[in-house]
Design a protein around this ligand. Sequence first.
Ligand SMILES: Cc1cc2nc3c(=O)[nH]c(=O)nc-3n(C[C@H](O)[C@H](O)[C@H](O)COP(=O)(O)OP(=O)(O)OC[C@H]3O[C@@H](n4cnc5c(N)ncnc54)[C@H](O)[C@@H]3O)c2cc1C
Length: 327
Amino acid sequence: MAALDSGPFVWHDWLTRQDALTTYFKPKSVEQLLAFLATVPDLRKLRMRAVGSGHSTSDVARPFRLARDDKRAGIAVLLDAMELAFAETGGRWWRSDFPKELPGEKLHRVRAGMSIAELNQELAARGLAMANLGSYDGQTVIGAIATGTHGSGMATGPLADLVASIEMIAILKDPAGKPAVKHLRIEPKDGPTDPATFGAAHARGEHDLELIADLARGKAKERYAPIVQKLMGRAYYELIERDRDVLLMQIHSYVGAGIDEQARDAVRRCFARLYDLVKRESGASMAEIKHWFAHGMLHNVMAAIRAHELDEEWARALTENHEEECG
Ligand SMILES: Cc1cc2nc3c(=O)[nH]c(=O)nc-3n(C[C@H](O)[C@H](O)[C@H](O)COP(=O)(O)OP(=O)(O)OC[C@H]3O[C@@H](n4cnc5c(N)ncnc54)[C@H](O)[C@@H]3O)c2cc1C
């Protein structure tokens, strides 16, 4: 196994507006990352943050969550040197009939830590290209996916919408409630992986992945849905707190939709996609999804009028316990 590439590190974002003194770890392979995790005495105390190329203008990639939050000081994990796991075999476990709905679409396994520029080169070598991209190509693929990086056009989704399957190392709980490191391949229902071929390869010892398909149903739903719902609520709350322009544009779009047919169609399409996303990722019922959206809309309006700045009963009643309610 390659020597561990790690040491003291001053992380800074691309704009050099934020920095943090930390330790970096640059695994060269999944095996190396798993071997490192196996040496950690108590995974519950581990603070790690995977960072991309630092192009986010918020503090999402900062190894310290908040400047004042010293307890969360963590190791910055850089993936730009990590090889593609199962480079030879990983693409052999796809179903031959995938995808039915989009017959022209091609599957391509990519390294999470590669830049969009590198991805473009790889695709070009296969005679492929992205239909729509952002204005820039220096971000990592995973950084762009994790933050919803998008190109132009209201009907073209973010880069994350193109992801059919994702492989990830996660720390979950074992049946006894202890942290357990898992190497997962996560897909929606009818995802690209053929469970039979995948399972046979696992039985032959060709890979250590656990397939989480059909995320919104059955056992997987029981295990992950509450986490997904909570995280989506938190992420949304943080977004509207942090980026008022996005919030105000959203509210403005409803006014436009009330008077203009094209704007109405676009907003309806957005809601349809949002509904599908929440349903798919959370596995929640129709009533739960309606409840979730209703709270989201209330938070939108309260955040827009800055109700939380007022010490009046109506404002407290309508704004308090945001995070619990969103989850
Ligand atoms: C010059 C410039 C141009 C831009 N152009 C556009 C544009 O056209 N459209 C657009 O929508 N946005 C644009 N952005 C925003 C940019 O695409 C996003 O901020 C994106 O997140 C940057 O990716 P990154 O690799 O730098 O990720 P980072 O900022 O380093 O990280 C982003 C998030 O990803 C997480 N992450 C990183 N690696 C992993 C991993 N391995 N596993 C799990 N999580 C991980 C981090 O923890 C963090 O939460 C631009 C930004 C800049 C500075």
